[in-house]
Ligand binder design. Structure first.
Ligand code: ADE
Ligand code: ZN
Length: 340
């Protein structure tokens, strides 16, 4: 790629809205935590772990991903995981991030909710103070489990409400549509949480429609299969409903065969509020800059359009208007010299 474009992508201030903290667990840290906590893992080296990351689709990834999370036991482990991610954010000029975590992945193993949230939150505070990176937490319900388990999780979260901006829905989309969680999302909204949901990743466009109408979501995670319903696309454009798209995830999980087939630039040009995110960067081969680079390498996209992904993410973020304006100023100030 030409050096001017590379420098622009590297330096561009970025905002991440779709990042599973468990998906930022790098093989090296997985090994360190396994040793520290005396947990057996079915790999003999970090290189062997990396070699195992070949996925046929979402489920084959999730099976390995939930197994990887078994090494996370103590509050310090969740701190170390989150801190490592924030240091990668600093390297990629990520100035704001909204982080997902999956409480049920941990509470099902006997880890207390507070152990998880306190470790993540402490790293986020340090990130604000020492790295100048602002952040929020979104807790996701696992959709392959039942709604009762989600209700339990919501209850466990209430004492920590001040630390959690919203609730989301992730895991296996096929066979577990949004309507399965209608009541628990209603309850979450009643408690003042914002809502988001993974929809239209492997599942049909109807899941996007139902996430919007039944779960009251402010953003749709992935959402790339919206193109199968022209009426829905029209509505998403009109409402400026944000889609948190994850390009490297989509190719790694075969939602698109290759990056040149990805619809992200088409969606942007149609006027959708699309954003670029990393999803599970330790598993999919890249953090924010890598995702921007992969899109810019494979698809015809201008610097102005690359900037638009960040401006869309600021618009879609769960921060106050005044804070949004500060981030917009940072982005436009950075881009200025590239555009003249
Ligand atoms: N959990 C972590 N990454 C996910 C993805 N891409 N889709 C659904 N659930 C997930
Ligand atoms: Zn995701």
């Amino acid at each position: 790629m030409n050096p001017h474009r590379t420098a622009f992508i590297q330096g561009l201030p970025k905002v991440e809205l779709h990042l599973h903290i468990e998906g930022s667990l790098e093989p090296d840290l997985m090994f360190e935590l396994a040793r520290r906590n005396n947990i057996k893992i079915p790999f003999s080296s970090p290189e062997e772990v990396k070699a195992a990351y070949q996925f046929e689709g979402l489920q084959s990834f999730l099976d390995i991903y939930y197994q990887g999370a078994n090494v996370l036991i103590n509050e310090q482990d969740f701190f170390d995981l989150t801190w490592a991610y924030l240091l990668r954010c600093q390297k990629d000029n990520v100035i704001h991030t909204e982080i997902f975590f999956d409480p049920q992945t941990h509470t099902a193993r006997g880890i207390a909710f507070e152990t998880v949230i306190n470790g993540i939150d402490r790293a986020m505070q340090k990130g604000r103070e020492e790295l100048g990176i602002s952040s929020q937490i979104i807790m996701c319900f696992l959709r392959h489990l039942d709604q009762e388990s989600a209700f339990n999780t919501l209850k466990q979260a209430l004492p920590f409400k001040a630390k959690i901006i919203g609730v989301g829905l992730d895991s296996s989309e096929q066979g577990h549509p949004p309507e399965k969680f209608k009541e628990v999302f209603e309850a979450a909204i009643g408690h003042g949480f914002l809502t988001v949901a993974h929809a239209g990743e492997e599942g049909p466009a109807a899941n996007i429609h139902n996430a919007l109408t039944l779960l009251g979501v402010s953003r749709v995670d992935h959402g790339v299969r919206c193109v199968e319903d022209a009426e829905l696309v029209k509505q998403l454009i009109e409402d400026r409903t944000p889609l948190t798209v994850c390009p490297l995830s989509n190719t790694k999980l075969k939602v698109f065969e290759q990056m040149s087939d990805h619809n992200i630039v088409d969606l942007l040009r149609q006027g959708l509020c699309v954003t670029i995110n990393s999803d599970d960067p330790a598993y999919f081969g890249g953090y924010m800059t890598d995702n921007f680079m992969a899109v810019a390498d494979a698809l015809p996209v201008s610097l102005e359009e690359l900037q638009a992904f960040t401006l869309n993410a600021i618009e879609a973020s769960f921060i106050h208007e005044q804070e949004k304006q500060k981030l917009v100023d940072k982005v436009t100030h950075f881009s200025h010299e590239f555009f003249v």
